[in-house]
Design a protein around this ligand. Structure first.
Ligand SMILES: CC(C)(COP(=O)(O)OP(=O)(O)OC[C@H]1O[C@@H](n2cnc3c(N)ncnc32)[C@H](O)[C@@H]1OP(=O)(O)O)[C@@H](O)C(=O)NCCC(=O)NCCS
Length: 164
């Protein structure tokens, strides 16, 4: 299986919202405004099925340049030069656990190095073990937690950072 990353086109934002709600449920970005200012890619798998290439969108990854996590969900994003803020990484449930998240993280780290970012910052719900473990696997370290960053249900965010 080949995994590739292609930029989400403006006419695909509704599809992106639909995919995100499918992956993240209540935490999903459900309206086009939620994606404003982000660089967004679909994560696509290529599989040869009886000599036909079957292309499937299996997730997305979105990040913000020269940015950092804000102190709460509604606040403005602080500007921080050379810092890449990973806003979202998500794989469809039926495709999870097969290494696609790791391929996306490898791709992101290469992207960040290529564009001369010196750090990647990310966050997850404290209870989101798969996400925290994915980040740890790639050397991210927890720097702090932000109390009640998430809503419905209220939950702390774990902030993780990788210095490049
Ligand atoms: C987090 C997520 C992106 C990981 O993607 P994935 O394709 O399942 O990840 P991989 O199969 O490459 O697994 C990578 C690592 O994550 C961890 N992991 C993945 N699934 C896990 C699970 N169910 N329980 C515990 N750890 C898990 C493991 O450490 C794994 O490494 P290993 O296989 O070498 O042990 C995926 O679970 C997802 O989309 N979840 C829903 C959306 C979400 O919560 N995104 C993160 C928001 S911050």
């Amino acid at each position: 299986m080949l995994v590739s990353f292609r930029r989400v086109r403006p006419d695909e934002v509704d599809l992106l919202c639909e995919l995100d709600v499918k992956i993240f449920g209540g935490d999903g970005f459900e309206s086009p405004e939620d994606w404003e200012g982000l660089e967004i890619y679909f994560i696509v798998t290529d599989q040869e099925v009886v000599k036909i290439i079957d292309q499937q969108i299996v997730g997305s990854i979105a990040f913000r340049h020269h940015s950092d996590i804000s102190e709460n969900y509604e606040a403005e994003y602080p500007h921080l030069h050379n810092s890449l803020y990973l806003v979202s990484i998500g794989i469809l449930l039926e495709k999870q656990g097969g290494g696609i998240g790791s391929m996306a993280m490898t791709w992101l780290i290469e992207y960040a190095r290529k564009h001369e970012f010196t750090r990647i910052v990310s966050n997850a719900r404290k209870s989101n073990l798969p996400s925290v473990k994915l980040h740890r696997k790639f050397g991210f370290e927890t720097t702090c937690t932000i109390p009640k960053y998430y809503e419905k249900p209220d939950e702390d965010a774990v902030v993780m950072e990788l210095n490049l």
